[in-house]
Write a protein that binds this ligand. Structure first.
Ligand code: FES
Ligand code: FES
Length: 242
């Protein structure tokens, strides 16, 4: 019956897992189905170019767990019953970049771009799985599995620093001479016009629109097209019943 079929969700879309693909990795499956944003680099867990986020219901913890994994190492059938989010699921030029992508682009943290989806997804999984905004140290540690041969990493760290915990951002404000009562965007950790008007001069990274809505979940009927740009994909309710 339909309810017994092995399924997974990819970027909010339900898929029945085909038979006969026991030799496939998740990466091969994703790329074969047209999701080529996830890259094959080393193919052995060393470079992070294939990073995607998986979400599943942890039966013991009774909660949804979000994890960044190397899709090149994961057997396809190991993600049965899970939700896989690839870089296509969080943002694109066509429908709008995710703030993580936008910040990376603005900071010149992407050159040849081959590593970029992996960095983006590692950062995305960190933000989705952290109850509180991460520290800058957390962010650096979280990127330990992602290699880039172009940027020297500094622009990537600079791009992601805006997502670090607010006390770091307050430090930025204080050291720039503004009072700490200036509004700090909860999403970017930077002063932002989404709340009160603040001096443009402090906004060192340009994030064109405030993304404070971005962490609010949505229902699946909303996920086609532009909905990706302003809302995050939720955990599929069907996967809670299994
Ligand atoms: Fe290098 Fe997967 S392709 S870690
Ligand atoms: Fe070229 Fe990172 S931008 S490998």
């Amino acid at each position: 019956s339909e309810s017994n079929q092995p399924i997974l969700y990819v970027n909010g879309v339900r898929r029945v897992l085909p038979d006969g693909l026991a030799h496939f990795t998740l990466l091969e499956y994703l790329r074969d189905t047209g999701l080529t944003g996830t890259k094959l680099g080393c193919g052995e867990g060393g470079c992070g170019a294939c990073t995607v986020m998986i979400s599943y219901l942890d039966q013991n913890l009774k909660k949804c767990v979000h994890l960044a994994i190397n899709a090149c190492l994961a057997p396809l059938y190991s993600v049965e019953g899970m939700h896989v989010i690839t870089v296509e699921g969080i943002g694109s030029c066509r429908y709008g970049l995710h703030p993580i992508q936008e910040s990376l682009a603005n900071s010149h943290g992407s050159q040849c771009g081959f590593c970029t989806p992996g960095f983006v997804m590692s950062m995305y999984a960190l933000l989705r799985s952290s109850k509180n905004p991460p520290t800058e140290e957390d962010i650096k540690e979280n990127l330990a599995g992602n290699l880039c041969r172009c940027t020297g990493y500094r622009p990537i760290i600079d791009a992601f620093r805006v997502f670090a915990r607010t006390d770091d951002a307050l430090y930025t404000i204080q050291s720039s001479g503004l009072s700490s009562s200036e509004f700090v965007c909860p999403s970017t950790g930077k002063p932002c016009s989404c709340g009160q008007n603040i001096k443009d001069a402090v906004v060192t990274t340009t994030i064109s629109s405030c993304s404070s809505d971005i962490l609010k979940p949505i229902s699946y009927s909303d996920t086609d097209g532009a909905a990706y740009t302003s809302k995050e994909l939720i955990f599929p309710p069907e996967l809670l019943m299994r």
